[in-house]
Design a protein around this ligand. Structure first.
Ligand code: FUB
Length: 329
């Protein structure tokens, strides 16, 4: 990390990237990227990977944001806003840790909503994970709980799945202002419409069973009237679309003509990466689409010391447009 400039309570830092991962020197690890473009500025929300080199588990206590107005995957200038939030700084019902995959979206009211999976204190559920939503007037925060009575999704849901279900939320604010949330891991993908308060579920759950090899990390987006669901597919499953066979995940996707499906599996767009987990986000930025993901390619990296990377995402001319295989750089 090269230069510092104080922007917020915690100093923001500028650095020059020379390619992927965006920050490759091992000074700060980041995972589960969720991109957002506002006025030609690209923001990437990520969770900080803080596991020591010999720790084989997630140690994630805070979220950060990387932002740029000029960089490309080949390099450029970035600003890192560290620790924009921690679970317990926002949600009084949450305990520290588990700053897992979150996403910030812009609501129709112009405010920014952070959807975050955290562990719920005093929960009697088998699944201690719960999803909360926080609000801010800036994508950089500060965020306050938008639903102070508690999580928006916290129930333990029976099979398919196990004791961790309520993680990896992804949210779409559709062109008509309606809002949709999907979430899940261990092969169970579920979705709801949310009401205009951005918090209350509407109607019954949609369970998605036909996205081949779905493991976790859903990312919903819309382009030219088609809904896309990107996700991490796991090679460990008998039904995995990934090659080669290993316990690493690849990124696959499906399409739909309605936000709650039905979804059609379309194929793999990113082969397995160097970390066991893979996690997609995608966004249009200055006229091009990009896939944002993480790898274990930074200095002294590891499966729990991941770093954000990005590459161009291109669509073909079929109907609906398919996503070409992404070339990792
Ligand atoms: O970062 C913790 C977990 O690893 C995320 O929730 C998954 O998507 C995987 O990336």
């Amino acid at each position: 990390i090269l230069a510092s400039a104080s922007v917020r309570a915690l100093a923001a830092t500028t650095f020059q990237s020379t390619g992927n991962p965006i920050l490759a020197d091992g000074s700060y690890y980041s995972a589960d990227p969720a991109p957002l473009v506002i006025n030609d500025t690209l923001y990437i929300l990520a969770g900080r990977d803080q596991a020591a080199a010999n720790v084989n588990n997630f140690v994630m206590n805070e979220w950060e944001i990387f932002s740029t107005t000029s960089a490309t995957p080949a390099g450029g200038s970035w600003t890192l806003y560290p620790a924009i939030a921690t679970p317990q700084s926002i949600f009084k019902w949450a305990i520290a840790g588990t700053a897992y995959a979150a996403q910030i979206v812009k609501g129709v009211n112009g405010k920014f909503y952070l959807y975050a999976p955290v562990t719920e204190a005093n929960s009697n559920n088998a699944d201690k994970f719960a999803i909360g939503v926080a609000v801010s007037s800036s994508p950089l925060g500060p965020f306050t709980d938008a639903h102070p009575v508690g999580p928006i999704l916290s129930q333990s849901i029976p099979s398919p799945g196990n004791d961790i279900q309520n993680i990896d939320p992804t949210v779409l604010v559709d062109d008509d202002g309606k809002v949709y949330i999907y979430y899940g891991t261990f092969g169970a993908l579920r979705g709801y419409q949310l009401s205009s308060d951005m918090a209350t579920t509407v109607g019954s759950v949609t369970t998605v069973n036909n996205l081949t090899g779905f493991f976790e990390a859903p990312w919903i987006m819309k382009r030219s009237g088609t809904y896309y669901m990107l996700y991490a597919a796991n090679n460990a499953g008998a039904n995995s679309p990934c090659t080669p066979t290993s316990y690493h995940a690849c990124i696959a996707y499906g399409t739909a003509s309605s936000p709650l499906g039905p979804w059609t599996f379309r194929g793999v767009i990113l082969d397995i990466v160097s970390s066991t987990t893979s996690h997609p986000g995608a966004v249009e930025y200055r006229g091009k689409w990009y896939l944002v993901y993480h790898t274990a390619d930074a200095t002294n990296s590891g499966h729990f010391r991941r770093s954000v990377a990005w590459d161009e995402l291109n669509f073909d001319t079929q109907s609906p447009p398919r996503i070409n295989k992404v070339v990792q750089t």
